[in-house]
Ligand binder design. Structure first.
Ligand code: ADP
Length: 192
């Protein structure tokens, strides 16, 4: 099995381009944000715990997402690998992922990092808010907090994966969604 990570700030286009990558290489797209929103919609205990943290633009506890990812690795069959979107987001999560994979005799095969400037994060999320109606997209304060959380807790993972020798970066701007998707797919083709 192959394990790829889609990395980047909120609004970089991870979710937008994940489907095309997953389909082309027969990977299961796993978005921790989507899995959490499904738990909230289903009114599960986990969803109830996660709801306020997500609406505030904060991260949910590491163990929660680590458990969801490990369950998915165990239960999903019939694919050539996984495309992780929005996980890992902290150093402990990255270390936990390495531990989960090493138990299975596997490793992270590549990190595909889509980069956009902070100013574009605001613009894109404001646009998405009108279409998807996510609570954590609605307020400028919450968006700003997510950008801060990204810089403080998630961005340091670049160095972690650079040191591991499997970090690849591509610009998620400018251009249309299709132009960006083609740029991302071209990078992926060189590493997969
Ligand atoms: P975005 O791409 O806009 O950041 P996501 O759908 O990836 O949106 O995530 C939405 C929210 O779900 C995050 O702001 C966070 O509260 C929670 N979340 C998602 N993935 C993780 C994770 N790996 N660790 C902790 N919290 C997470």
């Amino acid at each position: 099995m192959k394990y790829y990570i889609l990395f980047g700030p909120p609004g970089a286009g991870k979710g937008t381009h994940a489907g095309a990558i997953a389909q082309k290489y027969n990977l299961k797209h796993l978005s921790t944000g989507e899995l959490l929103r499904a738990e909230i919609a289903a009114g599960t205990e986990l969803g109830l715990k996660a709801k306020d943290l997500i609406s505030a633009g904060s991260l949910v506890p590491d163990e929660v997402v680590e458990g969801m990812i490990e369950n998915a690795f165990e239960s999903i069959k019939g694919v050539d690998g996984f495309l992780l979107d929005g996980f890992p987001r902290t150093l402990p999560q990255a270390e936990a992922l390495d531990a989960i994979l090493s138990k299975r005799g596997e490793k992270v095969n590549g990190v595909i990092s889509i980069m956009i400037p902070d100013s574009l994060v605001f613009e894109r999320i404001a646009g998405r808010a009108k279409i998807e109606g996510r609570a954590d997209d609605a307020s400028p304060e919450v968006i700003a907090h997510r950008i801060q959380t990204y810089h403080n807790q998630t961005e340091p993972l670049k160095e972690y994966y650079r040191a591991a020798g499997n970090y690849y970066e591509v610009n998620g701007y400018p251009g249309t969604i299709e132009e960006n998707r083609n740029r991302v797919l071209a990078l992926v083709e060189t590493i997969i």
